[in-house]
Structures are given as structure tokens and as C-alpha cells.
Design a binder for this molecule. Sequence first.
Ligand code: CUA
Length: 352
Amino acid sequence: MSFRQPLLRRLAVLPIALLVALVTACADEYPQTTFRPVTELGAEIDRVFMISFWWTMLILAVVLAVLGYVLVRFRSRPGVEARKIYGNNLAEILWTAGPAVIVVLILVPTVQAIFFTYREAPEDALVVEAIGHQWWWEFRYPELGIRTANQLHLPVGRAVDIHLSSADVIHNFWLPRLAGKRYNYPVVALPEGAPQPKNHNRLVFTIDEPGEYAGQCAEFCGVSHALMQMRVVAEQEAEFDEWVARMKAPANAIPAEGTIEERGYNTFMRGGCIACHSIAGTTASFGTIGPDLTEIGARWKIGAGAAENTPEHLARWIQDSESMKPGSKMMPFPQIAGEDLEALVVYLQSLK
Ligand code: CUA
């Protein structure tokens, strides 16, 4: 009997562990939950999940009930032999037909949802090209002539048609509250403005709630895959139009003479940054290897989620991005230092 007590004591921990799990499950916001969709596409995926979930719960309940009944009713007792069933036709038919019917009941809405995710975009949909790079996101708005990176704005109440592609390896575009995951396949590098191929992956949805939505790459794509995050800023059409206007003619792109921002601007123009980065409203418009920096001051993070967007982080990033994001393809710039570095950071943070 001596082994029983520790066992009982260990079992007593179970309810406490369950309670802790339950309480911590309610403790956070879960920005990447799929259970609070804000698009019709997200709602459709959620609907299919719920159908499968409740059928599964029903099966679990029936199996547990039958099991419990059989265990008690037909348990072996002294003098009573356990009962066995062989070749009962009714039982055989029931446990073959039952699962078949349930599979059909799950299959029909699933197939409907699959077709729904591939439906055509309406005529007036906003086209956005989402291009995966190791390890950041490029966003182009071909009809609006603007470009951004990692943080994209989308209008509420208007369909968007996201064209997915990649500049290098396979990535996966995932905004859990907006849509399911979908692959970004590499396409031949196309010059900007060139017509995109028609056979690449797309996502069509309409957001119905303003807000900020978190997303990330969902396919292992190299060492900094986990730091390939993105953010959607969904806003009313009027605010979205204001953002587009700001992106086309950013107010702070060329700073006033004699300011610290101007010193930063000059450092940006002469320090080698323009080989890879662009800022709308300046002559730095040909660098497309790295993220567009037109509104970098307004982004929620730097390095596609690598660090909070603070002056200290930005300065460290410029000097040695690899130390903040393994495998970062941005070369280190230790030669930009001191007051030049400080001014460059002030300038970049003023871009919003
Ligand atoms: Cu891109 Cu993982």
C-alpha cells in the first residue's frame, strides 16, 4: 500500500494544474488568433473549423458514453463471464455508416469553403502585390504607384486582392484574423510596373473592422524566418486615402536647411543607403533590394519584427543589423557613427 499515497498526492495536483491552464488561457489578447476573424474569408474558415470541431465533440461524447456504459454494465465479476460480441450485423452497419455520414457532413462545407477562398476578386478590388524576401515583406500598390515594407495599410469595407509572390525562396503569407495561410512562390524577378503573371497565388477578402492586425511568414524560409513579421493597419477609406497621399508626397522627406534632419538626410544620400533603400519624394528611388523606408518612422517595429522602433535600436541596426537579426542581408555600416549616425536616426524617425 505504500506506493499509493505519493500517487494520490500526485493526482491531487491535476485539478490545480488544470485550473492554472484555464486561467492563463484567458490572460492574454492573442493578436494572432484565428477565432476572431474580421473578414468574410476569415469567418468562412472559422465556420468550417467550428463544424468539424462540434462533430468531433459529438463523436467524443458518444464514444465516452458507450464506453462508460459497457465498462460498468459488462465488467467482469466473480461468477459472471465478460460478454463478447462477434458478427453482430446491426453494430457493424452502425459503426460503418455513422462515420461515413459524418465525413460527408464535414466534407460538403469544406469543399464549399475551398471554392470560396479561390473566388474571383470584384472589379473595384484594391490590388496589392505582397512579395516575400529573406526576411521581410515588400508591398506594392500598382494602381496607386506606392510601395512600402512590412507594414501595409488597407481600407475597411473594400475588397482587396493580394497577389502573392517571392523574390527568393518559398514564403507563406499569413494574417490569422484576416485570412488563411497561402504560399508566396518565387517568380522571375520582374521590373516594377511590369504586368505580373496571372497564375500566382492570390487572397481576396474585405476587412470589416478598423484596427491593427499582426501577421507573419508561415513557411520556414531560412535562419530569420521567425523575424519575418508584418502588420496590417486597416482604416476607413478616407483615412486610407490620406495615407496614400502621404506616401506619394511625404512631408518630411527633404528636411529644412540647417536642421539635424538635414544632416541625417545627407548621411543617407551619401552613406551608401540609397543602393538598397528608397524614400518617396527624394532622388533615392531606385534601391529595391532592401525595404522601402518612406514611412519607417511610423512602423510598429524595425527589421520586420526584430526590435521595437526606437532610436537606440535603429542606430544599432545601421551599425550591425546581423547582431539583431541572424542572417540579415544588410551589410554593417560602422563608418556611419557619432553625430552622423545620430542625425540619420533622427531623420529616419521623422519619416511618418
Ligand atoms: Cu519567409 Cu518564413
